[in-house]
Design a protein around this ligand. Structure first.
Ligand code: DC
Length: 217
C-alpha cells in the first residue's frame, strides 16, 4: 500500500495478539485497531436493542450505524458480549459492513497495526507484514480466566475453557472469513512465552522485513 504501513496480527482468542499489537503500535508509531472491539460494539448494540443475534438483517443494521465512539462503551470485554460477538460475526452482512470501517482505519497515514481473525486473509490481504499468534487452548483459557477474575467477574476455570473452545470452533468453522492462518503469515506460538518475549520476537521480524529506520522509534 502506498505511503502507509499495515501490520496484520491474527489468531484465536486470548493468544496474546492484542497485547502484541498494542506494543508494536507504540514502538512503530503506527495506529492500533483491535478489530474484535468492533464486533463487540455491534454485539452490545444488538443486546441493548433486544434484537436476536441470529437475525442477520437486524445485526447488519446495527453494524452499518456503528460509530467510533461505540468502541469506547464500557463492558465490551465482558464474557457475554464476547460470546454474542462471535455469533454476530458469523453473518456475512455484518462482516461486509465492518470491513469498510477497518480498511478506512488502516488506510489513514501513517498506517496501523490491526489485530483480529481475518485481517491478513480478508481485510488486508496485501498487508506489509502478517503475524499469526497462537497458543495451546489451556494456556489461553488460563490467561483469560486470570484476566476475568482480576476484573471482578466470578467465573470458574472450566466454564472459561469451555467458552474459549466454543469460540474457537465458531470462529474457525464459520463460512464467511473463518479464522485461518494466511499463507504468508509469520507464526508466533506464545504458549511458553511471556508478553515481553513475544514482543521482542515480533519486533525483530519487523526490523528484518520493514527496516529499522522506517518504522521503529
Ligand atoms: O478478539 P475478540 O475476542 O475481542 O473478538 C470478539 C469476536 O469478534 C470473536 O469471537 C470473533 C469476532 N471477530 C471476528 O470475527 N473478526 C475479527 N477480525 C475480530 C473479531
Amino acid at each position: 500500500m502506498d505511503g502507509v504501513i499495515v501490520i496484520a496480527v491474527d489468531g484465536p482468542v486470548a493468544a496474546g495478539k492484542g497485547t502484541l499489537a498494542r506494543h508494536m503500535a507504540t514502538r512503530t508509531g503506527l495506529r492500533h485497531l483491535d478489530s474484535g472491539m468492533i464486533y463487540r460494539a455491534v454485539a452490545a448494540l444488538v443486546l441493548e436493542a433486544g434484537d436476536d443475534a441470529g437475525n442477520a438483517q437486524a445485526c447488519r443494521q446495527r453494524a452499518e450505524r456503528l460509530v467510533a465512539a461505540d468502541l469506547e462503551r464500557p463492558g465490551l470485554r465482558d464474557q457475554e458480549i464476547g460470546s454474542v460477538s462471535s455469533r454476530i460475526a458469523a453473518h456475512r452482512e455484518v462482516r461486509a459492513a465492518l470491513v469498510e470501517f477497518q480498511r478506512r482505519f488502516g488506510a489513514t497515514p501513517p498506517g496501523a497495526v490491526i489485530d483480529g481473525r481475518d485481517i491478513g486473509t480478508v481485510v488486508f490481504p496485501d498487508a506489509d507484514l502478517k503475524f499469526f499468534v497462537t497458543a495451546h487452548v489451556r494456556a489461553r483459557a488460563e490467561r483469560r480466566h486470570r484476566e476475568l477474575v482480576s476484573r471482578g467477574e466470578t467465573i470458574d476455570f472450566h466454564s472459561v475453557l469451555h467458552e474459549i473452545s466454543e469460540r474457537d470452533r465458531r470462529d474457525s468453522e464459520r463460512t464467511w472469513a473463518p479464522l485461518r492462518q494466511a499463507d504468508d503469515a509469520v507464526v508466533i506460538d506464545t504458549t511458553a512465552l511471556d508478553a515481553r518475549a513475544v514482543a521482542e520476537k515480533a519486533l525483530d521480524i519487523v526490523r528484518q522485513r520493514l527496516g529499522a529506520a522506517s518504522v521503529l522509534s
